[in-house]
Design a protein around this ligand. Structure first.
Ligand code: FES
Length: 139
């Protein structure tokens, strides 16, 4: 198995050295939406019933936000802001908020609702196993 983060990090560092713009490299890495830490390593988030129907829950330690727009349908997104990498700190009324520079994201789609972030929060695989939410790919 390859290590996409190592490749991504090298790309960022090389880009920062050559272009003097770390943000440019981070945007390129975050845009893939496939190589978040949460997606790479399965995590047990606990009871699926902790996420209300029509609502969302932030799992800050696991850096993931899970929403349940309709009964039994779960959506998960990385909680790492695509602007500069802060972990979001709040999800209220369907909006995920980043404390660092005020970006806001849709909790059901991950889309940017307010900048400065310009890229959506990457989707994370999530499923229910034995009544518990599990993120990441199966081993
Ligand atoms: S890191 Fe989230 S808004 Fe800047």
């Amino acid at each position: 198995m390859t290590e996409p983060h190592a490749t991504c990090r090298r790309t960022v560092l090389r880009g920062a050295t050559l272009a003097g713009a770390v943000g440019l490299g981070l945007t390129a890495c975050g845009g893939s939406g496939k190589d978040t830490a949460a997606a790479a390593s399965p995590a047990d988030l606990g009871a699926a019933t902790d996420v209300p129907v029509g609502g969302s829950k932030l799992y800050r330690d696991d850096k993931v936000v899970v929403s349940q727009p309709t009964q039994g349908v779960f959506k998960a997104f990385s909680a790492v802001c695509t602007h500069a990498g802060c972990v979001v700190d709040k999800v209220e009324n369907g909006v995920i908020s980043c404390p660092c520079h005020g970006s806001r994201f849709n909790a059901t789609t991950g889309a940017v609702e307010q900048g400065p972030a310009s890229a959506p929060l990457p989707a994370v695989e999530v499923r229910v196993e034995g009544g518990k939410l599990v993120t990441g790919s199966k081993a």
